[in-house]
Design a protein around this ligand. Sequence first.
Ligand SMILES: Cc1ncc(COP(=O)(O)O)c(C=O)c1O
Length: 309
Amino acid sequence: MSETPTETDWSAGAAYVDGQVMPIKAARIPITDWGYRRSDVTYDVVGVYFGAFFRLDDHVRRFRRSMDKLRMKPEESDEDIKRILTDLVRRTGLREAYVAMDCVRGKPAPHLPYHPAFGRAYLVCFAIPWVWLFSKEQQARGVHAMIAKTPRIPPESVDPTVKNFHWGDLTRALFEAHDAGFETALLLDQEGNLTEGPGYNAFAIINGTVVSPPRGALEGITRLSVKELCEELGIPFETRPIPRAELEEADEILLSTTAGGVMPVSRLGSRILGNDRPGPISAKLRETFWEKRRQGWHATPVDYDAPTT
Ligand SMILES: Cc1ncc(COP(=O)(O)O)c(C=O)c1O
């Protein structure tokens, strides 16, 4: 028997489902909706840290682009979405939160053709306590990764710039890594070039240049932040294909995501990078990223005392 949450039980998180606000435990979607049965969903995740959203406008803009590409048009405007997310965070009181916005396709009404064009899209949002993709300890000593045998699903089949739930390849790669004693995996495309990993973008640092793949990956907001940090710190940044051999020989490897920030890698398969700890450029980028976050870089502070709407 599941326990019924009380009206005021917001500490574990708050959710908005198609116009209704509720404690996270009470949030449900119909199991026959295509969002669930067909992974017919797009989503975005924005972080709240130090009591402020990070790059909120960028996340909502990307979310809208993704919805447009999937031909989803929920009732809420971008301003509504920002207001809903802020309201959810405020209700939880969390100063460090993982804040998701999903657009889910329903299923067509019985009298309509059984086709996605007739499924109504609706919004599901939630704010829960912050999630670290890798613990602070893993980040401090460097993540242990391997190159997966599983290739990334081709962009011609599933557009990776539309944040999506087609995680079959990423999940398979995570199990490959787990079975081989690693914490995560990097996936290559069909031509053998680096794409990304389960939940993050990846960079190779080669001869002092931070290199990121031009295609086959989400256009990560944290990746954009890494690019801006490189410009500020005078570190060359390049976008070009990274073949497997170059990745295996890279001086440093770095991962980036909302749920973790800038995360150095210290092992790639049997290779130990540097001294089995984050390399100097990775460490500098990680440190600067969090220092600037603390100072309010790209921040939208949450007014926790404002009344909830
Ligand atoms: C597959 C994938 N790539 C990259 C990222 C990183 O994107 P962002 O920095 O915008 O969080 C994510 C984030 O969840 C992701 O799921």
